[in-house]
Design a protein around this ligand. Sequence first.
Ligand code: 5GP
Length: 178
Amino acid sequence: MNKINIHQKEFEILLENETICKRTRLIGIQLNVDYEGRCPIFIGVLNGSFLFMADLLKEVELDCEIGFIRVASYQGTTSSGEIKETFGLPEDLAGKDVIIVEDIVDTGLTLQYILEKVKAQNPASINVCSLLFKPAALLSPIKELTYVGFEIPNEFVVGYGLDYDGLGRNLKDIYRAI
Ligand code: 5GP
């Protein structure tokens, strides 16, 4: 299917599942090399990362721990206007090699927030692995963003974990809005 409709909005194919899986395999191989002899903890950011996390971890042959967190953002009354909250971040990250697994890095604000929370626990190292990255939308550089599946244009995408107003997370491929 090259074109689909979700909530009366039209989307066209951007990345086929086979392309995503091939790239994921390569990232897995790179992680196996980079973390050889170590036991990292992978922390997936819900909801969007659930499919990528599952496919990526099937390629990882290291001894590793796996966890998930959820970040909620809502409008507040502070000057920044936005308050975020993390649910379920493991509390024993001191001295560990942490790998944050994201679906997409857009402005990077969510990731910056998560990184601050993780760093506060004094891990041995932190790296980020994101399936998608929109460089044109990034507000400030993130040095921990070491593993990126695909750099994409600054367009809204859906599928393979990513939703449009609640729908589309179960799509095998990734689509962009047209
Ligand atoms: P950031 O904080 O980097 O701006 O945005 C991160 C979150 O916004 C992602 O984890 C994702 O939930 C959502 N997001 C950003 N861009 C897109 C997009 O193109 N499509 C969808 N479905 N969600 C997006």
